[in-house]
Design a protein around this ligand. Structure first.
Ligand code: CDP
Length: 229
């Protein structure tokens, strides 16, 4: 079997990107965080006062969006890919609560999803790819070799995300982080276009009480099983 396409979907703040990064590193694959692309669009809309335009004239917004470049570039020190908007590394900025509070509304807009899915499908998969998000196994790569669905209790997810934000120097309340996670889960699972669902052929992992190492071992075992088939 050649290089695999691995799709990791799941609820908000389930540590998809942490596990996806480690997995990609251990396999020597490319890692793409599709959520950061929706976050980049959100940051662009906030910074250019274009949130209203999305409601008023979505085609005009898409035209403006296309004048910008959203892309990933490898950070040679960390050997992982990071997201850029017009030559600016926005990896940290997109994680802020002001972006998190708008991103799921923006990600529910079909015209925006269409553009992002196009970019995601353009990625070179020949060297193997791990991509995480909400619709990777269902819409972006329904032919993925491995589909994982990550979940964990909301409280544990909020604690992890809150700690991460505090460590990044952001001043945030635990309650606001929890609220944001619950609202995003609701928007992501109930939207009409590409909602978050558990694919029939996905393996569900509840990582409430699993360490990253445990998860990695579990996923690598699944991959080995698949390669032997
Ligand atoms: O906070 P977390 O890492 O869980 O989320 P993310 O992966 O950064 O994604 C942020 C938001 O983008 C999600 O809540 C979804 O609304 C949206 N998203 C999506 O609609 N489809 C994807 N493939 C990835 C993210």
């Amino acid at each position: 079997m050649g290089k695999l396409t691995i799709a990791i979907d799941g609820h908000a703040s389930t540590g998809k990107s942490s596990i996806a990064k480690k997995l990609a590193k251990s396999l020597g694959y490319l890692y793409i965080n599709s959520g950061s692309m929706y976050r980049a669009v959100t940051l662009y809309a906030i910074e250019n006062n274009l949130l209203e335009l999305i409601d008023l004239d979505i085609n005009k917004f898409i035209k403006k969006l296309k004048e910008n470049k959203i892309y990933f570039k490898k950070n040679e020190n960390k050997s992982i890919s990071e997201i850029y908007l017009n030559k600016k590394n926005i990896e940290n900025e997109i994680k802020s609560l002001r972006v998190s509070q708008k991103v799921s509304l923006i990600a529910a807009v079909p015209e925006i999803r269409k553009e992002m899915v196009k970019l995601q499908r353009n990625i070179d998969r020949t060297k193997g790819v791990v991509m995480d998000g909400r619709d990777i196994g269902s819409v972006v790569f329904p032919d993925a070799d491995i589909k994982l669905f990550l979940t964990a209790s909301p409280d544990i997810r909020a604690k992890r995300r809150h700690n991460e934000m505090i460590n990044d120097g952001e001043t945030v309340n635990f309650e606001d982080v929890l609220e944001n996670i619950l609202v995003r889960d609701d928007l992501d699972t109930t939207r009409k276009d590409s909602p978050l669902i558990i694919e029939k052929d996905a393996v569900v992992i509840d990582n409430s009480y699993l360490s990253i190492e445990d998860q990695l071992a579990k996923i690598l075992a699944l991959i080995n099983q698949k390669i032997k088939l």
